[in-house]
Design a protein around this ligand. Structure first.
Ligand code: TYD
Ligand code: MG
Length: 455
């Protein structure tokens, strides 16, 4: 029997190396090799067995392209990010900080599916069956017929899946599951990858939809190898800070639907409730406009949402700080340089803090103009006009570039009672929008000029 030996596996690409190296020999990433256990390799005579017979090939045109069947989960906001519902044999990975509501949401979804006549299975490795039952009571799911299995050993889980044949199974969490065939500890790269691969294969073979719950590292990435994200069909992330009651779920990858679609929930004492009209929840309530605040319209997936961007510029020490919450920090540094170079607004000796209200994370560059206007407003101590919104990407040359689907953004702002907008010229609508005065701009200095004339 071949002896197990230690190998090193890359956290990025999953490649292996017999000895530790600073740089992965496969993908050239630094510091990604992690100790893992090499499994005893199959006897050499079997190595080319797969080449012995060829599989059939088919012309693309002859393959029947049937649209996938989706089963709605009963949670509209979850269905939205999933692209309509759970897909037969589909594998979903859902990540998020501890306590953000992953178990709560999935238990609610399973119960709704079970009540709709689907066979469900909830595999818990983190909590005991009693704890899950307690949560179900708290959620008001009395008499729930969701089948619960408290188990962390992969082989037993696979066997249960095979005999029980559920339509959907939740594995909470993939980091607690371990396979007997590996000697490394549960949660290690090798275990997580191996278990996820087995479960994915089981899902495809049996048609059971599987949802894997994943932990998130301090850096905010899913713990375990990146290959996990490649393996599954859909990757969802929970966002939002645990202090506010709002939670967002974003689709990072979806083989069955649109990416960057988001679902919005509110955590209540009876679990997560979908927020169907979230456009105004990321605004704080100021009686009168305050300096350093600018509202932008962001378009996440298919829905426009208004988000307040706040900035605080304050005299800093010898090495002033640049901090951002919910926005990219590198982008902030870039915007400050553009602001200085093209609009003559200098923050060199100032601390600059920016924040997107409500724990929402904004990834699109259309936030640039709002960030710059909020910073300038804070620096000057002058609020922006009442009912003001802005959006647009700002380039290094100081040009203001259009944001996708500007009309929809402007209409949403008008609907919520906003009256003044500074937008990229290419986004200016041909027909006026009722109640909204639009100032189209092509350059960042122009935007500053418009704002100065309004305040
Ligand atoms: P949980 O779903 O266990 O999160 P995760 O599985 O992502 O770690 O966390 C739920 C949190 O939400 C917990 O801190 C308690 C709170 N909560 C509510 O506010 N209302 C509820 O109905 C439930 C079940 C939990
Ligand atoms: Mg949990």
């Amino acid at each position: 029997m071949a002896k197990e030996k230690t190998i090193y596996t890359c956290n990025e690409c999953g490649g292996t190396s017999p000895k530790w190296l600073g740089k992965c020999p496969h993908c050239n990433a630094w510091n990604t090799l992690i100790e893992s256990v090499a499994e005893s390799v199959a006897p050499a005579k079997n190595r080319f067995a797969a080449l012995a017979k060829t599989a059939e090939i088919t012309a693309l045109a002859d393959i029947e392209a049937t649209d996938v069947d989706r089963t709605p989960t009963g949670q509209d906001e979850l269905d939205r990010v999933l692209g309509g519902g759970i897909v037969e044999g589909g594998v979903v990975l859902i990540g998020g900080d501890p306590g953000i509501g992953k178990s709560t949401l999935l238990l609610q979804a399973l119960d709704a599916l079970q009540r709709a006549g689907q066979k469900t299975l909830y595999v818990t490795g983190e909590e005991s069956g009693a704890q899950v039952a307690l949560r179900a009571r708290r959620l008001g799911l009395d008499g729930s017929q969701v089948q619960v299995l408290a188990e962390i050993q992969l082989e037993k889980i696979l066997a249960t899946l095979e005999t029980h044949q559920p339509a959907i199974a939740v594995i909470d969490s993939i980091q607690t599951v371990y396979s007997e065939q590996l000697t490394s500890a549960p949660g290690s790269v090798a275990q997580v990858r191996e278990c996820a691969a087995h479960l994915t294969r089981a899902a495809k073979a049996s048609g059971t939809a599987i949802v894997l719950v994943g932990h998130v590292t301090k850096e905010g990435a899913l713990a375990g190898p990146r290959v996990l994200e490649h393996m599954v069909d859909t990757v969802l992330y929970f966002e939002g800070d645990t202090h506010s009651s709002f939670r967002l779920i974003r689709a990072i990858k979806n083989r069955f639907g649109a990416v960057n679609e988001i679902g919005v929930f509110a955590m209540t004492e009876k679990g997560l409730k979908g927020v169907t009209n979230p456009s105004a929840i990321f605004l704080s309530q100021h009686a009168e406009p305050v300096p350093g605040s600018c509202v932008m319209v962001t378009l996440e997936g298919t829905r426009p949402m208004l988000v307040e961007i706040q900035a605080l510029v304050d005299s800093g020490g010898p090495s002033p700080r640049r901090l951002s919450v919910g926005l990219e920090r590198d982008r902030l540094a870039m915007l400050l340089a553009v602001l200085h170079r093209h609009a003559g607004v200098a923050c060199m000796d100032q601390d600059v803090f920016v924040n997107a209200v409500g724990g929402v994370r904004i990834t699109e560059p259309a936030a640039d103009l709002a960030v710059m206007l909020a910073i300038t407003s804070s620096l000057r101590g002058k609020p922006l006009p009442k009912g003001f919104i802005a959006f647009g990407e700002v380039g290094l040359a100081g040009e203001v570039r259009p944001a996708p689907r500007g009309q929809e953004r402007l209409k949403e702002a008008a609907k919520l009672g906003f009256s003044v907008a500074v937008v990229p010229k290419a986004n200016a609508p041909k027909k006026p929008i009722e109640g909204l005065t639009i100032h189209p701009v092509e350059r960042v200095e122009e935007a500053m000029e418009v704002v100065r004339s309004l305040t």
